[in-house]
Design a protein around this ligand. Sequence first.
Ligand code: TYM
Length: 330
Amino acid sequence: KPRVFSGIQPTSDSFHLGNYLGAVRQWVAMQDTTDALYCVVDQHAITVDHDPKVLHQRSRVSAAQLLALGLDPERCTLFVQSQVPEHAMLSWILGSETGFGEASRMTQFKDKSAKQERTTVGLFTYPILMAADILLYRTDQVPVGEDQRQHLELTRDLAIRFNGTYGETFTVPEPYIVKETATIKDLSEPEKKMSKSSSGPRGCLYLLDEPNQMRKKIKGAVTDSEAEVRFDPERKPGVSNLMNIYTALAGTTTEKLEAEYAGRGYGDFKGDLAEVVADTLGPIALRTKEILADKAELDRILTLGAEKARHLAVRTIAKTYKKIGFYPPV
Ligand code: TYM
């Protein structure tokens, strides 16, 4: 079975529709066909402003949401990054193999640092920690959204270079990006990707929103002045985004949607999509709450996950330490 690894940051109280359709939905689907590890990356989350209590709570809520969305600890390894110290150990080594110019080219760093009052070195080296996450587990495939593609390129470059310099050590991973949902757009500004920091709460559909709130956001989504449900991401980004969301959640196709809503305008289309969204994602909040209620069980799942992950991680560290000329960890 191919090895799969992916991560998600616990930087808000709820994941959004872009996280789900761009990444987590694939994570759930890949559980049976691959050997999958999924990680709540709290060490990435401290690279921007954070509050320790809030961070800890968000890591728990993030893990609970992932379980509510369909990750099954019997079929995948779910863990929190800070419980496996080998991530930071490998990150240090990879950082010493990364060119300053190479790291400076990361566009997400440029975007994020422009928005921060104070930019940390951690935000700059963030993609190197991400490379460590992936390379630690001899990962074949990394299911992510489009915005992570450049980080995956860096990861591949680092793996190839390290192998070339020190001898075969790392598996070179492939990104796994589903075209239709690679970038879910903001509902109020469909030129931008959906994110919690883009246009404000109306454009970002949170998985823990109340069903009525979800319906309102879909019905209020920005479209265009025509009244034709037609797939054309260039000229009709708003409608095309809604069609992508519809197709992914209801298992239909854009052609079928065009036929179904021909001559009917946007009202019907948005109304039906609002129901699809509320039906499929509405129950997530309650399930998350139930999972959070049993704190001991959630902690048990995460500890077990971290133990399983660590078992693999120590082997890669042992090998890498040897290659680089370090003393072995005691
Ligand atoms: P993060 O936490 O920002 O996002 C988690 C996942 O959601 C995807 N995503 C989207 N997909 C489609 N449309 C959108 N609007 C959208 N917004 C977010 C992201 O592409 C991502 O797959 N650096 C990563 C976390 C990470 C990681 C890793 C991922 C750390 N280590 C190792 C893979 C492998 C991040 O910040 O994701």
